[in-house]
Ligand binder design. Sequence first.
Ligand code: FAD
Length: 393
Amino acid sequence: MPLPTLDPADPLGLESLLADEVRAVRDTVRRYLDDHVEPHIADWFEAGELPTLPELARELGRIGLLGMHLDGYGCAGMSALAYGVACRELEATDSGLRSFVSVQGSLAMYAIHRFGSEEQKQQWLPAMAAGEAIGCFGLTEPDHGSDPAAMATRARREGSDWVLDGRKMWITNGSVAAVAVVWARTEEGVRGFVVPTGTPGFSAPEIRHKLSLRASVTSELVLDGVRLPDSARLPHADGVGAPLTCLNEARYGIVWGVTGAARSAWRTAAGYAAQREQFGRPVAGFQLTQQKLVDMALELHKATMTALRLADLKDSPEGVHPAQISFGKLNNVREALEICRTARTVLGANGISLEYPVIRHMVNLESVLTYEGTSEMHTLALGQALTGLPAFR
Ligand code: FAD
């Protein structure tokens, strides 16, 4: 009997586990990115901008990527698996692009979809799904990152209104957003507010000088006496658990997304090593290089299996436990970053050039390691789940 075929890019044949409609999503996203984004992304990264953002947002909306795992209100209502596979393609192009889609769909839209009033959903979700309105999610503050429960931003009642004061930091999409979901402390505990960014007292200066996620807009949010009607409060969000639920959604997309960045790095390294000759032979023929390529492939496909398992859990009636998401976020980001670092060495000096995507992915993943819960926070979350003992304080 002949041996079954083996695809070096997919040695375990994991792509064959995807249903036709999921492969169709994968291929549609890839085609769009290959045609419209790949030719420009290194330049955008170098310039530190996403110059086509309003049009790009509408295009991503047109192909159904914004809030694609949400139901109704113009959202595509796809499975968690299809959403994950789309995130993988986006991040194979650039983590900044996946961050844009994650923040729009899994943070800003999800918060309104899950915790909003019917009026808020009708007002914002169809426009956000279409990419006509960009959203951001303001939780982190200058002095409160890993411990958002200690946030200093305040919302106080004045008559039937709310008045918000405070600052948020490191907010993706902040200065291009039409709407900000802002979390603030009230006398009753943490609450969420849907803030149109044109409201007097709201401003969002962009954060410059980043050496990571350069093709992504990151901003500060300044709330200086921002007055809102009570109808701007998310009525079903009660306590700091609400924003953490949103973060869990976005982390799921990261579990998948980073396998895209790692895949891009692995393919680049494997292709380069096959072509590049030293000492009279391709560097891929040296045992040391093969060890790198093999170790990278092991971790890449193990990470993909983790993502596939989490997709199954997320699509099941029981759902997925937050500690299982921590498992995936911690493992997959850590391994993707290590894969990119190793791939960079395979490219030698070319590894530090933007001519190749590897170092761009590598420095992007430094942000991904930190945001949506640092690797330390996910270690502690998993540590607590495995031992029953919290070690956060
Ligand atoms: P800190 O919380 O100050 O942590 C510093 C270090 O101490 C870390 O290594 C941390 O793991 C460690 N540490 C803290 N507490 C403990 C402990 N108990 N035990 C052990 N170690 C500990 N936030 C948003 O709200 N919205 C966004 O859209 C958003 N986008 C972002 C985009 C980018 C590019 C970046 C870089 C960040 C973004 N963030 C966003 C913020 C991000 O979520 C925070 O940076 C993250 O939560 C960590 O907070 P911090 O940077 O304040 O670090």
